[in-house]
Design a protein around this ligand. Structure first.
Ligand SMILES: *Cc1c(COP(=O)(O)O)cnc(C)c1O
Length: 425
C-alpha cells in the first residue's frame, strides 16, 4: 500500500481529512484507504496496482459495474455537444418520461444534483403543500446532510431530536421528530405529540444502518397513519431505487408513497438526484407554485445522458434483478455458513442487488439493534477482506452491492476469502 499511504498523507495536507466525504477516510475500520487508479468491470484497481472485487460500487450507483461501454458511449456523445447550457434540453424530458412511466407514484419529477438536494427539496415541498412545519424521521435512516435531517435522539422521553452535527442550530432540528424503525407505536406517539406534521420520511429499505428492510405490514400501517393525519409519506429511494428492484421498495411492496426521492443509480455514476410525486403536489414548486427550488447545473446534459443510458439497460433487462438477488443471496449464505462454522454471531439481509451483514447475536430490525453489533470484529473482517482483494464498505452501518458484472466466480472467490478471514477473527 506504499503509494496509497503516501497519497493519503499528501491529500491530508490540502483536503480536510484527505477526503471529500468523511466515510472514505476509513475511520471506523482503521488503516489507509486505497487510492483508486481506475475501475474495470466488477473490479477496482488502486495506485499500487492491487486489484479488488468491488462491492461498494461508488456507494451504489454502478449497478452495471465500472466502465460500461453503453454508458461511456452516451456520455462521450453528450460531451461532444457541450457540457452545460442552463437551458432546457430533450434529454431531461426523456429521462423524466422514463421514470414517470415506471413509477405509479410519480406524475411529475424534478432533477437535482445529489440525493441530499433531492430530499431537502422534497421536504420543503411537503411543508409548502401541507402548510405544516414538523417532519418525522426514523433513527438510523440517512437522508443526506441538510440541517434539519442531521438529528439524533434528544434527552428523556421526547421524540424531538437535537442536532447530530456541530453547526446545526437546535432551532432547525426542533421541527424534526425522531422515531424507531419498524415501530408503528413510535410513529403514533410522534403524531400524538404534534398536530403540525407535514411528512414522514423513510428509507423503505434502510441501507444506512447496515441493510434493514422495513416490514411490509409496518409500511402499510405507516401509510394509514400518514393519511389519517394529512401528512405526506416520502419514500427516500436514493439508494433502493433501481437497486432493490427496478422500481425500488415500491416494486417489492406495492405501496405508493406521496413523494419519492432518487439519487445514486439514477445518474449512472454522474451526480444526479431527483424527486417526484403526484402533479397536485409537484405543482406547488416554482415556477408553477410558491415553493422555491432551483439549480444551476440541475438536469445537466452529461448527467442526463448517463442516466438515460443506465435506465435503458435496466428497463430492457428486467430479469437482471432476479440474477442479482440470487448472487446476493448466495454471497450471504456463504458468509453465514462460515460464521456458523467458527461460532461467530452473524445476521444477513438482501434485497435485489443490495446485501448487508451484522456481527450481531440477534436479528436487526432497527437502529438500536444495529448498534449492538460487534464493531471490532467488523473492523478485523474488513481489514482481512481488503488485504485479500475484496473491497467492502468500510463501516458496519453501510450496505454492499452486487453489479451485473459481479460474476458467480467472483462470488465464490469472495466466499472462500471470507471463510479464511472469519477463521482468523
Ligand atoms: C446516499 C443517500 C442520500 C444522500 O445522497 P447524496 O447524493 O450523498 O447527497 C440520501 N438518502 C439516502 C437513502 C441515501 O442512501
Amino acid at each position: 500500500m506504499k503509494n496509497s499511504i503516501q497519497a493519503f498523507q499528501e491529500a491530508k495536507k490540502y483536503i480536510v481529512g484527505g477526503v471529500n466525504s468523511p466515510v472514505r477516510a476509513f475511520d471506523s475500520v482503521g488503516g489507509t484507504p486505497p487510492f483508486i487508479e481506475k475501475g474495470e468491470s466488477g473490479y477496482l484497481i488502486d495506485i499500487d496496482g492491487k486489484k479488488y472485487i468491488d462491492y461498494v460500487q461508488s456507494w451504489g450507483p454502478l449497478i452495471l459495474g465500472h466502465t460500461d461501454e453503453r454508458i461511456q458511449k452516451a456520455v462521450i456523445e453528450a460531451v461532444s455537444k457541450g457540457l452545460s447550457f442552463g437551458a432546457p434540453t430533450l434529454a431531461e424530458t426523456e429521462l423524466a418520461k422514463t421514470i414517470v412511466n415506471l413509477f405509479d407514484s410519480i406524475e411529475q419529477i424534478r432533477f437535482v444534483s445529489s440525493g441530499t438536494e433531492a430530499v431537502m427539496s422534497a421536504i420543503r415541498l411537503a411543508r409548502g403543500f401541507t402548510g405544516k412545519d414538523d417532519i418525522v424521521k426514523f433513527k438510523g435512516n440517512y437522508h443526506g446532510h441538510s440541517d434539519s435531517l442531521l438529528v439524533q435522539a434528544g434527552s428523556g422521553a421526547t421524540t424531538f431530536g437535537k442536532p447530530s452535527s456541530s453547526g446545526v442550530p437546535a432551532d432547525f432540528t426542533n421541527h424534526t421528530l425522531l422515531v424507531d424503525y419498524n415501530s408503528i407505536e413510535s410513529v403514533k406517539k410522534a403524531f400524538s405529540e404534534s398536530d403540525n406534521i407535514a411528512c414522514v420520511i423513510i428509507e423503505p429499505i434502510a441501507g444506512n444502518m447496515g441493510l434493514v428492510p422495513a416490514d411490509k405490514s409496518f409500511l402499510i400501517e405507516l401509510q394509514e397513519v400518514c393519511r389519517e393525519n394529512n401528512a405526506l409519506l416520502i419514500f427516500d429511494e436514493v439508494m433502493s431505487g433501481f437497486r432493490a428492484s427496478l422500481t425500488g421498495a415500491q416494486g417489492i411492496t406495492g405501496i405508493i408513497p406521496d413523494l419519492v426521492t432518487f439519487g445514486k443509480v439514477i445518474g449512472g455514476g454522474m451526480p444526479v438526484g431527483a424527486f417526484g410525486g403526484r402533479e397536485e403536489i409537484m405543482n406547488h414548486l416554482s415556477p408553477n407554485g410558491a415553493v422555491y427550488q432551483a439549480g444551476t447545473l440541475s438536469g445537466n446534459p452529461i448527467a442526463m445522458s448517463a442516466g438515460i443510458a443506465m435506465l435503458k439497460v435496466l428497463t430492457t433487462n428486467s430479469v437482471v434483478y432476479k440474477v442479482l438477488e440470487s448472487r446476493a443471496k448466495r454471497l450471504m449464505e456463504g458468509f453465514s455458513e462460515s460464521a456458523k462454522k467458527y461460532g461467530i454471531p452473524f445476521q444477513t439481509n438482501f434485497r435485489g442487488s443490495m446485501f448487508g451483514f451484522f456481527f450481531n447475536e440477534n436479528e436487526v430490525k432497527n437502529f438500536d439493534d444495529a448498534l449492538k453489533s460487534d464493531l471490532d470484529r467488523f473492523a478485523k473482517f474488513h481489514q482481512g477482506m481488503l488485504a485479500n482483494g475484496v473491497y467492502l464498505a468500510c463501516s458496519q452501518f453501510e450496505t454492499g452491492f452486487i453489479s451485473t458484472v459481479t460474476t458467480d466466480d467472483m462470488i465464490e472467490d469472495t466466499i472462500k476469502i471470507a471463510d479464511k478471514v472469519l477463521s482468523q477473527i
